[in-house]
Design a protein around this ligand. Structure first.
Ligand code: MN
Length: 241
């Protein structure tokens, strides 16, 4: 076959580049666990780290997202490597490891990764206010009104001993406020999470020190993303005929 020498040289050069790329790709796959792709990904924040200030300072968000949340995601991926969860949803890992003492570390990191990603989505700059539509109706019917719901939620936050989470959940079609200790999550108890606030000290200590109630109240008043919560509630309903 007749090929121009210059073209031939280029072809060789291009083949070398392709071969090098293939080697790099192979190396990356090996490093990430031989094709057992990561189950957990760091979800991007839906706002800038300083956008929730002053209710949650940029410093708190920086530590919370970059250190705590990213740390749980990294650890959850390390611990689930080789467990056959590749391609599975995070929720499946949580449900498969819940209540199994021998898999407590996997559950804790997986649940914390999920809880944090959900919590960050429950917030938005200039949030707060009162829910509307079906969510408002269901809050009225379950708690007697939004003010009563708020009071129930804040009291639950106050009474949660040590680290944990406060949740608005759907429990067999009815709204309820529940708390979970440490990494625990409603997903592990057959409940559907709708809204949450992280009450681990790392969520508020830099801004509020020990004043957890002030933190939770300020989040409800200024940051709660009720549109997101209402959209989550809609997803649980049967499709309209
Ligand atoms: Mn946290």
């Amino acid at each position: 076959m007749l090929t121009h020498p210059v073209f031939n040289k280029r072809l060789i050069a291009r083949s070398s580049v392709l071969a090098a790329c293939a080697l790099v790709a192979l190396f990356l796959v090996q490093c990430s666990g031989g094709g057992d792709s990561a189950v957990f990904v760091i979800e991007p924040l839906p706002y800038h780290q300083d956008a929730l200030s002053p209710t949650i300072s940029a410093e708190t968000m920086g530590f919370h997202y970059d250190k705590h949340y990213a740390g749980y995601v990294k650890k959850a991926n390390e611990l689930t490597k080789g467990m056959g969860f590749a391609g599975k949803a995070a929720e499946a890992v949580i449900q498969a490891t819940a209540g199994d003492a021998s898999k407590a570390a996997v559950f804790n990191n997986a649940a914390q990764a999920w809880n944090h990603a959900y919590f960050f989505k429950c917030l938005k700059p200039d949030g707060g206010g009162v829910p509307e539509g079906l969510l408002a109706e269901m809050i009225d019917s379950a708690f007697g009104g939004f003010v009563d719901f708020k009071s129930r939620f804040i009291t639950a936050a106050k009474n949660q001993f040590g680290s944990g989470w406060v949740w608005l959940v759907l429990d067999e079609g009815k709204l309820a406020v529940v708390t979970s200790a440490n990494a625990d999550t409603p997903l592990a108890h057959g409940l559907i999470p709708l809204f949450t606030v992280d009450v681990w000290e790392h969520a508020y200590y830099l801004d509020y020190q020990n004043r957890r109630v002030d933190f939770v109240t300020a989040v409800l008043d200024n940051l709660a993303n009720w549109d997101f919560v209402a959209a989550q509630l809609e997803k649980t309903l049967p499709p309209k005929a």
